[in-house]
Design a protein around this ligand. Structure first.
Ligand code: NAP
Length: 265
């Protein structure tokens, strides 16, 4: 079977390394490549998938939303978030899913437990924040999102959260804070950059940064218990593998490989 990740640009994707490692670990002879697809070619995606003899694709920026109009079936979770990152070509039909949502909540709950009605604060209101928001709402948590601009909230498909802008930020207790901004990729401090006083963080507030490289960000150092985004990254890929094949991926081999790759790079 052949699989690919599509996007534009696509140079920096980790997906081929992740999936090839998984295939190798499972002695599966499938292939996985990164393919540049232009925005204007998304309307022909079905023909392209058939011509390329692909059984499934991952979808990244800027196609996660626009591809939805060209699919035969979309999983309800992906409809609710308004984005698809995994497509399965099955019986002549394209089926779309969002494994960022499932991959995220599995990583979060494995690290911090599965309690419900937790108060969650998300920093940032872009694509990843939408997956995090959907995951927590579906789990039964209470979500507040802080963004630098009020307009960012208009891009959400539902209004089941409290949206605040940074200069309206007031102290209250949160069970968890999630950094869903790119601030920290170059060791910047997201609280400083967004002008948020971190004194609202309590001893029992946990932190999750969606960034996985660097391994530890300044954001993570504010919490007694924090994790980075590596498990989310691995989970979303393994959930895609499960959708495509019905089989469980080799999570440990993939995680070990990524950790080694990032240490060496
Ligand atoms: P995105 O769609 O570009 O959204 C980024 C968000 O951060 C936007 O709301 C943006 O605000 C905000 N932001 C950026 N710079 C800011 C600043 N200086 N001050 C305040 N807000 C700022 O990006 P994304 O796809 O959501 O990704 C966000 C991060 O998550 C990235 O680091 C990405 O690598 C990571 N991520 C990780 C995984 C994983 O599997 N671990 C998956 C997806 C994403 P505006 O809307 O105002 O521009």
């Amino acid at each position: 079977m052949n699989y690919a990740v599509i996007g534009y640009p696509i140079k920096h994707t980790m997906s081929p390394l992740i999936h090839q490692t998984n295939f190798d670990a499972l002695k599966n002879e499938s292939t996985y490549t990164a393919q540049e697809v232009l925005a204007e070619d998304i309307k022909d995606i079905k023909k392209w998938i058939m011509d390329s003899e692909l059984s499934g694709i991952n979808v990244t920026v800027p196609h996660k939303e626009t591809i939805m109009a060209h699919l035969d079936y979309i999983d309800p979770k992906a409809i609710k978030i308004g984005a698809v990152n995994t497509v399965h070509y099955k019986d002549g039909e394209l089926h779309g899913y969002n494994t960022d949502v499932t991959g995220y909540i599995a990583a979060f709950n494995a690290a911090f437990g599965e309690k419900k009605e937790r108060h969650i604060l998300i920093l940032g209101a872009g694509g990843a924040a939408k997956a995090v928001h959907r995951a927590h709402i579906d789990h039964g948590d209470i979500v507040t999102i802080v963004a630098r601009r009020l307009e960012s909230f208009a891009t959400f498909k539902s209004d089941d959260f409290t949206g605040i802008v940074t200069n309206d930020f007031t102290n209250r207790h949160y069970d968890a804070v999630i950094n869903a901004t790119p601030i920290g990729l170059n060791h910047e401090d997201v609280f400083e950059t967004m002008g948020i006083d971190p004194s609202f963080i309590d001893d029992d507030t946990v932190g999750m940064d969606l960034i996985y490289n660097p391994k530890t960000t300044p954001f993570m150092t504010y919490f007694k218990h924090s994790i980075n985004g590596l498990d989310m990254l691995v989970n979303q890929a393994m959930d895609a593998y499960k959708i495509w094949t019905g089989q469980t991926g080799d999570t440990k081999s993939v995680k070990d490989k990524l950790e080694k790759y990032m240490e060496e790079s």
